[in-house]
Design a protein around this ligand. Structure first.
Ligand code: GUE
Length: 282
């Protein structure tokens, strides 16, 4: 079994990025800048935001964090986004999701200038993904594709099953897999015979949000398994796949933690550097 080590791969990507940013700075350019907006005090979101800040500092991206109280008004949040859209040293804006109740996240995401939308959530970037045009790709799906590439696991011509159809993971991942020439099936809560679909797959992507949902008897021996789940249970952090049982059967599998999560953060840095290069060229 090949362990798809997202931690190690993300550190390699970060190292490469660090060198590239250093080279830009040596030419006298400013540092790349990322604004991170966190509303409320969800503990998981706080961990993610702290990890993102650390990762930025490590590669030489200046991160500016805005921690806002959960009772902030829609208007105040929108004003902050509009202000950040205009700031020339801010290349990327990340609005940590989910937002507390009462705030309209879709409206906020649509307000972020598409050239600063390093999360790839703006309808313009989603549309570009759909059309196969260059644009920001959402971080988790893009990070997964990079991880597969680095292990020379090419889904072209293979059957890929994505379990989950969210706008931030399932749907964009299905599009990236299609672009990579996989034969893609998207499964969800209304899928009639999930086991039948998954048993057929050469590549399985689990983004369901339920601990150990994918069991060993659901997958074909020799399948590649990518676990996008992060479930906090009494046994600690657990993915959507039953790793212990699946590792015997899989050709390759991602661990949780240390798999897709760190790749998501690495992709955010890559996207921010991409925004930075575009902004310098303008
Ligand atoms: N606007 C926005 N963009 C996001 O990219 C975004 C978001 N909102 N909201 C929440 C999800 C989740 N997400 C993760 C990032 C890193 C890890 C990560 O580093 N995980 C570590 C473990 C960290 C831990 O201990 O919890 C690992 O898997 O090894 C996990 C999850 C980004 N998200």
């Amino acid at each position: 079994m090949i362990l798809l080590d997202g931690k190690k791969t993300s550190l390699e990507i970060r190292q490469e990025l660090k060198e590239k940013i250093k080279a830009y700075m040596a030419k006298g350019h400013r540092a790349p800048g990322l604004a991170v907006i966190l509303v409320g005090d969800d503990p998981a979101s706080q961990v993610y935001v702290r990890n993102k800040e650390k990762a930025c500092a490590d590669v030489g991206i200046v991160s500016k964090s805005f921690r806002l109280s959960a009772d902030i008004s829609q208007q105040e949040l929108e004003s902050l986004i509009q202000k950040l859209n205009k700031e020339s040293e801010i290349d990327g804006i990340l609005l940590q999701l989910p937002l507390p109740k009462g705030l309209d996240s879709q409206r906020c995401l649509e307000l972020i200038s598409p050239d600063k939308d390093v999360d790839g959530f703006h309808p313009q970037n989603v549309g570009k993904l759909m059309l196969g045009l260059p644009g920001f790709r959402s971080c988790t799906p893009a990070g997964i594709m990079t991880l597969l590439q680095r292990y020379n696991l090419d889904p072209a011509g293979k059957k890929a099953v994505v379990i989950g159809r969210s706008n931030i993971v399932g749907k964009p991942l299905a599009l990236l897999l299609l672009q990579a020439n996989a034969t893609v099936t998207v499964c969800h809560s209304r899928t009639k015979d999930l086991t039948k679909e998954v048993l057929d797959a050469d590549f399985v992507f689990a983004a369901v949000g339920r601990a150990k949902f994918v069991k060993a008897d659901m997958v074909k021996p020799g399948a590649v398994i990518v676990d996008v789940g992060i479930n906090r249970t009494e046994q600690g952090l657990v993915g959507d796949c039953d790793f212990e049982a699946l590792k015997e059967k899989a050709l390759a599998i991602t661990p949780v933690p240390g798999g897709v999560g760190p790749m998501t953060i690495a992709q955010l840095l890559v996207n921010t550097f991409g925004a930075y290069k575009q902004h310098l060229d303008l």
